[in-house]
Design a protein around this ligand. Structure first.
Ligand SMILES: [Zn+2]
Length: 102
């Protein structure tokens, strides 16, 4: 089975998007590092997208450079809802593109 681009989550501390963009933000001051996840040295530029009413927290991640989206969760209720939203979005995009060719 071919793994699609968005079909995986990325571990905390991974500072690249699925397309390889560098997501390192500013350095976390040494005196503050205790408040962040173990081994974190930099803030991340990943965009955490919340969907009000679905889940109280980040539902999926987005790259500020290339716009790539990837799941936070590998499966479950939030994963399914996010996947459906993305699929609806793609249908919309294809329909909009078709309008110009008919
Ligand atoms: Zn990217």
């Amino acid at each position: 089975m071919t793994r699609r681009h968005n079909d995986y989550t990325r571990p905390l501390g991974d500072y690249t998007c699925p397309n390889g963009c560098d997501l390192h933000g500013p350095s976390i001051p040494k005196e503050s590092r205790q408040h962040y996840s173990k081994d974190a040295t930099h803030f991340s530029r990943m965009i955490g997208v919340e969907i009000p009413g679905l889940y109280d927290g980040v539902c999926y991640w987005m790259c500020p450079d290339c716009g790539e989206r990837w799941h936070r969760f590998a499966d479950g209720r939030v994963y399914d809802a996010v996947q459906k939203e993305w699929e609806r979005d793609l249908v919309y995009q294809v329909r909009e593109a078709d309008k110009g060719t008919r």
